[in-house]
Design a protein around this ligand. Structure first.
Ligand code: BES
Ligand code: MN
Ligand code: MN
Length: 459
């Protein structure tokens, strides 16, 4: 272990420069204009994997963006860790709100990151985090201290739903054989409060379209006599929550697993300052389902949110128009034992049923994923807990992450593999927002922690 840790300390500057190299590639999976950059990023990830010492490195084409695979099999009788991550990133827009260009990584100090943080799209989600695994592997490999087998699967479509990774897993069950999946793509509570997410919410994502008349109309000539799709859509969306911010779709909560009082108490034991939370977001109050704490609202309760809404005239000045169409993107975060299929169906039926006469509605499902809960008594969880305790000097708190990594449920259903979500980011790192960043403390802490996981897991 000492040799690997010394290797890390001796190569910190290079590890940072290499991450910068990846961060400069705009691997935005959602936007076809960046397809070449995504492909280039995959090739660079593969090159780094080879340089770190992995064997059988391949850039596997899919019907979408490529998957980068590599492995180091030192002894088939030893356990195997499958490391999963994603090299694709969210679109950077709105660009105007970035203080430094999203694909020119820049180090700046912040209140939360006094040692400096790397500002760039993907710095935390997930380039900075998956890259820690390549660097920790390199350190173990080059100091002859890799204690078990490792496989890497770094995909390029996580941010758009991992559509082709499911197929890849089904077709490569043998190749992906492992004992556990290790993922760094989540957060810790704070840099002095390590934690491990033991669950992720699922997702149902849909787009809705409301159509009124067959064309845009003069709002003076027709307004008041013909349905306005924007007014109707706004009313339909508003009706989805009741006065307690409970979701008002019949059947929505039928399968939701309620926590016991003891489980709720446990979840709420983690330190949380509502004042700091509000201050960081510049809000005067938190907002959510009545009867639940903020931790519960983001960790174990399902939600419904409108992610985008458009229609009519949004150009300069004014235009008195009664639009023909209005649209919205709506997503629901799911918890055990809801499934994306059932909730998509429940939503679609309800949405169509509440459309008033005078409009037609269409519901188009996008991607989704099922929720997961990961064990806290497995050898892998205990190894992660041990590892973090070594480097943070404190045992990590098991908690629940509010985000989704749709493929994690598939690892379980298709490959029979449980995951450990040993993430090192912070929720305040502005993932998916302008000015995303990743603390230098977090980056190096991750690299230092991972070898302890391997050491303990291989025992
Ligand atoms: N890494 C995030 C998920 C995450 C972030 C989990 C923080 C827990 C804490 C991941 O890249 C992500 O953003 N997932 C998407 C889902 C995807 C289908 C677009 C999400 O959660 O919105
Ligand atoms: Mn991610
Ligand atoms: Mn993400």
């Amino acid at each position: 272990m000492k040799a690997a840790q010394d290797f890390i300390q001796g190569n910190k500057d290079r590890f940072l420069e290499e991450l910068f190299h990846l961060l400069r590639i705009p691997s935005v999976s959602a936007d076809a204009n960046y397809t070449q950059d995504v492909a280039h990023c995959a090739n660079e990830v593969a090159r780094f994997m080879i340089e770190a010492g992995a064997d059988a490195v391949e850039v596997c084409p899919t019907a979408g963006h490529p998957i980068v695979y590599g492995e180091k099999m030192i002894d088939p009788s030893l356990p195997t860790v499958l490391v999963y991550g994603h090299y694709d990133v969210q679109p950077a827009d709105p660009i105007d709100l970035w203080h430094t260009p999203p694909f020119e990584p820049t180090i700046k100090k912040t209140e939360i990151h006094p040692d400096g943080a790397i500002f760039a799209r993907g710095a935390c989600d997930d380039k900075g985090q998956f890259f820690m695994h390549l660097k920790a592997f390199e350190a173990m490999n080059k100091t002859n201290s890799l204690p078990c087998n490792v496989k890497f699967m770094i995909e390029g479509e996580e941010e758009i739903g991992s559509d082709h990774l499911g197929v890849f897993c089904k077709e490569n069950k043998q190749k992906l054989k492992a004992d556990v999946v290790l993922i760094s793509d989540t957060s810790v509570i704070a840099n002095d409060t390590p934690s491990i997410d033991c669950g992720l919410r699922g997702l149902s994502y849909l787009e809705v379209e409301v159509t009124g008349a067959n064309r845009d109309l003069h709002s003076g000539v027709y307004g008041g006599a013909v349905a306005n799709p924007i007014n109707v859509l706004a009313k339909m969306i508003a009706s989805m929550h009741d006065e307690n911010n409970h979701i008002a779709i019949p059947g929505f909560y039928d399968k939701v697993m309620e926590l016991t009082e003891a489980e709720r108490a446990d979840l709420n034991k983690a330190p949380f300052s509502e004042e700091a939370y509000k201050k960081e977001l510049d809000i005067d109050a938190v907002y959510g389902e009545k009867g639940y704490t903020t931790f519960e609202r983001t960790g174990v309760r399902p939600t419904l949110d409108c992610n985008g809404i458009w229609g009519g005239y949004i150009g300069e000045g004014s235009k008195t128009v009664l639009p023909s169409k209005a649209f919205a993107k709506i997503s629901m975060r799911l918890v055990p034992n809801q499934t994306t299929e059932e909730i998509t169906e429940t939503f679609s039926k309800h949405f169509k049923s509440i459309a008033p006469a005078g409009v037609r509605v269409e519901v188009r499902p996008h991607h989704g994923g099922n929720p997961v809960v990961t064990p806290t008594d497995s050898k892998a969880y205990l190894a992660a807990s041990f590892a973090m305790e070594q480097t943070y000097g404190k045992k990590p708190i098991p908690t629940r992450g509010g985000g989704s990594i749709p493929i994690v449920a598939m690892f379980e259903s298709e490959l029979g593999l449980k995951s450990v979500l040993m993430g090192f980011g912070l929720d305040s790192d502005a993932l998916h927002s302008p000015n995303e960043h990743y603390g230098l403390f977090n980056y190096y802490k991750g690299i230092e922690t991972i070898p302890y996981f391997f050491e303990q897991f291989a025992k």
